[in-house]
Design a protein. Structure first.
Ligand SMILES: NC(=O)c1ccc[n+]([C@@H]2O[C@H](COP(=O)([O-])OP(=O)(O)OC[C@H]3O[C@@H](n4cnc5c(N)ncnc54)[C@H](OP(=O)(O)O)[C@@H]3O)[C@@H](O)[C@H]2O)c1
Length: 247
């Protein structure tokens, strides 16, 4: 049984809000949040929708409410039609009381800058959406993106994620939530930039053959330590810590 491992607490999600996330100075504390089917599939017909459940949606919103920014790969932005973060009145008020913006900005990682700039993610976001792009990104597109978003430059051919995260930290981001997708998660793990993995396992099988990670990680398997498991309506809400898994 994990620490505090009773699987049906009165407030199932309270543990996520109460968890210790030590502030770092070099980069934000990075939380990765994913939902998967039992076979590890992360999408059905190209989208998360059919996998997500009310409990997972609550967790998704709660983790967003705790974050100073939400980092996401452009593939997921395109597949899911990402918009600005929306939170309930209580969560917005709680953030404001903690000196945060009412909602965290989305930060999109992209090299192609193939982003639909007419969508609310760019026309309605407050705070403005951040686009993290490498020097090699198309100059014309970069200029267009800079009209509607804050652009963070990191890396040459591709985004250098350690540099990008250091820059986000300097902008005041202490807790960075990443919502994927698999390609971005793999890169973050490979660069040793993930502190916490919040995985919701839903009792479904047979989604797309797109899994949590696109393939083996450079450097071999990573170990993580289970911090808690919560059972809710047949789903398992798992919180793993990376540092504790190293020992
Ligand atoms: N179940 C879940 O919790 C969950 C969560 C997220 C996503 N998903 C699913 O995952 C699928 C999308 O996954 P994905 O792996 O294709 O997408 P992804 O990781 O969201 O995005 C990949 C894209 O991000 C950009 N990117 C990533 N690393 C970069 C770097 N170092 N430098 C520059 N650009 C970088 C590139 O964008 P450009 O092509 O623009 O250069 C790349 O093509 C969708 O079906 C989505 O529904 C599921």
């Amino acid at each position: 049984m994990p620490p505090g491992g009773d699987v049906r607490p009165a407030d199932p999600l309270g543990r996520y809000a109460d968890a210790d996330r030590p502030a770092r100075t070099d980069r934000p504390w990075v939380v990765a949040n994913f939902v998967t089917a039992l076979d590890g599939s992360v999408a059905v017909a190209g989208k998360v929708g059919e996998l997500s459940t009310p409990v997972d949606q609550d967790l998704f919103g709660l983790l967003r409410s705790l974050a100073d920014a939400v980092l996401v790969g452009a593939g997921t932005v395109r597949a899911e039609g990402y918009g600005p973060v929306r939170l309930g009145a209580d969560q917005r008020a709680g953030r404001t009381a903690r000196g945060r913006t009412p909602v965290p900005p989305i930060a999109v990682v992209s090299r192609s800058l193939d982003l639909d700039l007419d969508r609310p993610l760019f026309t309605r976001a407050d705070p403005r959406t951040i686009v993290v792009a490498p020097a090699a990104a198309d100059r014309k597109r970069r200029t267009a993106v800079a009209e509607v978003a804050d652009v963070v430059h990191a890396g040459d051919a591709y985004v250098d994620l350690p540099d990008a995260l250091a820059q986000l930290r300097r902008r005041g981001v202490e807790i960075l939530l990443t919502e994927g997708g698999p390609l971005l998660l793999a890169e973050l793990l490979a660069a040793d930039l993930v502190d916490e993995l919040c995985l919701t396992l839903v009792p479904r099988l047979g989604g797309d053959p797109v899994h949590l990670l696109p393939g083996p990680l450079p450097g071999g398997l990573r170990s993580m330590a289970l911090d808690h498991v919560i059972e809710a309506d047949g789903q398992l809400l798992l919180r793993y810590l990376v540092e504790a898994g190293r020992t």
